[in-house]
Design a protein around this ligand. Sequence first.
Ligand SMILES: Cc1cc2nc3c(=O)[nH]c(=O)nc-3n(C[C@H](O)[C@H](O)[C@H](O)COP(=O)(O)OP(=O)(O)OC[C@H]3O[C@@H](n4cnc5c(N)ncnc54)[C@H](O)[C@@H]3O)c2cc1C
Ligand SMILES: *[C@@H]1O[C@H](CO)[C@@H](O)[C@H](O)[C@H]1NC(C)=O
Length: 505
Amino acid sequence: MRGFQLSALSALAAWATTASAAPKAPRGLEHGSCVPGLNGLGVRLSADSEIYCPDAAEFDDMTLRWSALGLPTVRAVVVPATEKDVSETVKYANQHDVPFLAYNGFHGATVTLEKMQNGLSINLAKLAGVKVSADGTTAEIQGGTNSKVVTDSLWAAGKQTVTGTCECVSYMGPALGGGHGWLQGHHGLLADQWVSMNVVLADGSIQTIDNDHELMWAMKGAGHNFGIVTSVTTKVYDIAHSNWAIETFTFSGDQVEAVYTAANTHLLDGGDQPVDVIHWSYWLNNPDADPVNPVIIFYLIQEGVDAIDDKYAQPLRDIGPISDEPLSGTYLNLSAWTGIALDSPPCQKLGTANPRFPIYLDTFDVPAMKEVYDQYAAAVGGDSQFGHSIFMFEAYSMQGVKAVDSASTAFAFRGENVLAAPLIIYQPDGPALDQQVEDLGNQLRETLHKATGRDEYRAYVNYAYGNEDNKNLYGAESWRQCKLQALKKTYDPESKFSFYNPVNV
Ligand SMILES: Cc1cc2nc3c(=O)[nH]c(=O)nc-3n(C[C@H](O)[C@H](O)[C@H](O)COP(=O)(O)OP(=O)(O)OC[C@H]3O[C@@H](n4cnc5c(N)ncnc54)[C@H](O)[C@@H]3O)c2cc1C
Ligand SMILES: *[C@@H]1O[C@H](CO)[C@@H](O)[C@H](O)[C@H]1NC(C)=O
């Protein structure tokens, strides 16, 4: 987006000259030469909006996605400057029978996105900003605001709310699937904080909805399916603790059973993990530590302290890690510590395919963890072409999530304590390789699934590969499926929002 902002400035100068020559109604800035083919969309948009055609210099940058798999294709990028511009763009697309898709942080990675071909990218970058209410209990967040901007803006005002942990994604992308974040143990998911929102529906109409509106249920967990959110009002809180501590352990793969036995006993605690404790682990190659097999990076995080309490850290220290590094700082340090800050590798667009195969777990089944480690190490260890992969296990505290009535949102998986997902990173090289990766991901997920004893595995929609079914993503209960499908028929009868893990009717 950096290139885009610079070029937008120079384009503005060009606009100033043409504007005086042609005293027409305000219209969006047009870059490149698809615009005649777009048949007058520009004249329907506000003066600060922009349209980029494939021959515009900025186009490639503005359509480059984080994961180079299952890619949508774009005939033009529309950058609305107002909510009404979003509405006009959707109406225009409908009139001309052109598919459209919201582009926000560009990190959506489900292969279902490939179904959008030759469509309009509705780039929400100009709908950005955060405003705390006069009484300090809520904030209005514009639909295209980046997650770090939300965190930093609130922090500057002495406030915080539940946001995604990663600095490079949008606020809204995670939230529409429920949304996991550092503060969920206190307050619930991102979407649980919502008071009201403005949304452009499939027919282009603008609706304001609150928690009494039937659509709000669907927005909280299956929201990508129902509209384009232009702004949301969310609860915010005074900063409870500014200090946070982390202890980062590196274990070798042969310690996998000991590590997760300790995590079950001393951290997860039968689903009652202390609200101030979070742990994540990444299985990845670190040739300095082990040239053959992936190591286990274990992040143990605690809020309100400058060093992790011994009662949580000592059982892990006792296993004998390869390394053990404690750090302390503030809430704002967490993303850099866990490798998901703006300048961390997972935030870069490197041209790799980055599919995940998510599954929610109640607990770590130790024999299954051992089995899946061995499968993963055999596939990604050493000089494998999948050698940059990361197997993620995220164990946030859950009190706030479990306190919300499960029936009250489309997000269906409030009982689960661990979000697991292999992220297989590779250079794309055709369908045969993609299939090999999909088979590997399915196998790893199935190993964990078998140990849950459940018929259907449960998967986080925002990590989905795109081969999951609606029960996997939105809950197997028939009432959930019926309710979702009924709302889909009412609000999006022609399935305009059908590219991101669609609700099938
Ligand atoms: C490095 C990394 C870290 C992550 N960390 C977290 C995390 O901490 N917590 C978490 O819950 N998830 C996390 N995720 C997953 C994340 O929720 C999804 O990748 C999400 O799709 C990213 O949204 P985006 O706006 O960046 O991507 P985009 O590709 O721009 O958006 C994804 C989809 O969301 C929809 N969409 C986006 N904005 C809007 C809007 N305003 N209105 C309507 N629809 C919209 C569109 O359908 C779009 O296709 C992470 C992903 C990555 C890659
Ligand atoms: C925390 O972040 C601040 C600001 O970026 C930085 O100066 C400091 O070094 C960080 N602390 C740690 C321990 O990483």
